[in-house]
Design a protein around this ligand. Sequence first.
Ligand code: CA
Length: 367
Amino acid sequence: MKKIQRKDFIKGASIAAVAASTGLLAACNTKKENKTVSINTNETYDWKMVTAWPPGFPILGEYAEKVAKWIAEASDGRMRIQVYGGGELVPALEVFDAVSGGVAEMGHSAPYYWAGKLPAAQIFSSVPFGMTARQMYAWHFFGGGLEMWRELYADFNLYPFPCGNTGGQMGGWFNKEINSIGDFKGLKMRIPGLGGKVITKTGASSILSPGGELYTNLERGVIDALEWIGPYHDYLMGFHKIAKYYYYPGWHEPASMMELMVNREAFEKLPNDLKNIITVASGAVNTLMLSAFDQKNMEYYLKMKKEGRVEFREFSEPVLNKLKAYTDEVMEEITGKDSMSKKAYESFNSFKMNMYDWFKISERNYR
Ligand code: CA
């Protein structure tokens, strides 16, 4: 064990000062600490983090590794986290149950994976025609989103942190043109989640297909179309070799929020400085993962444009308007059946409309 030279006691006030300065930490500590807090600096924590990403998955898996590394470094080795790719300790889609049950103390994934169990979780991740990454962060940290998300996960012994965002995704790969909403009819498309529910209303089928089989399924016509992530990941999958059209915008996932979930019981037992280190490390991922997505997607979008093999197409306004109307129907159905979804979506939607007003005048591309 590393020899740690530091005072055994530090002032609670200094923790509070750090907390106040980041703004992120306010919701982290369950109790206000005004007294001196004792920290046992000899105690070390060897934790496991399970993830929903294939081992070594670009950006998403990389940042799960990074957050574990930063926590170890910032805690001077007092907290060490072994990261597991999907399937290494538990299957990718069992991250929620594994962390909830304490098989691992941490998990990195996306809240919308848990829609079957918790429909409201999708709203904390991404909603079709929803908010951009920046708007989502503002809603979570300052608009009540994160508070509701924590309320939702509390019953499952989980404590979530926003931990990265993909930014705007692409509308997907097609081998036929989508000129009107009628062109979706009969289409077999891999598009999971809320987007999948929306396209079902057009007469298309939402097909579930594991990532590893997508290329073969599109090539063999098992599916006619698919959406994955954005130019960088899609290029690595090779979809540009077998599909003619690459549509935008990614109306179904304007910004998909990732999560770092921590077993609540384990989290509450941590000294405050380690709690704060986890909070700050996950906060750093929010900026850096989004920047990594933006940089890589720009690079691969330009690369694909230069190579000229694929045609970029924009969904027309009438197509988008119809998809939006179907989205409203889908959200009405979900919120009608589940009170937490209703509460979260009402908050999400009113925050979004106010943000739209502000962004209309505040964000512009200068050239
Ligand atoms: Ca996607």
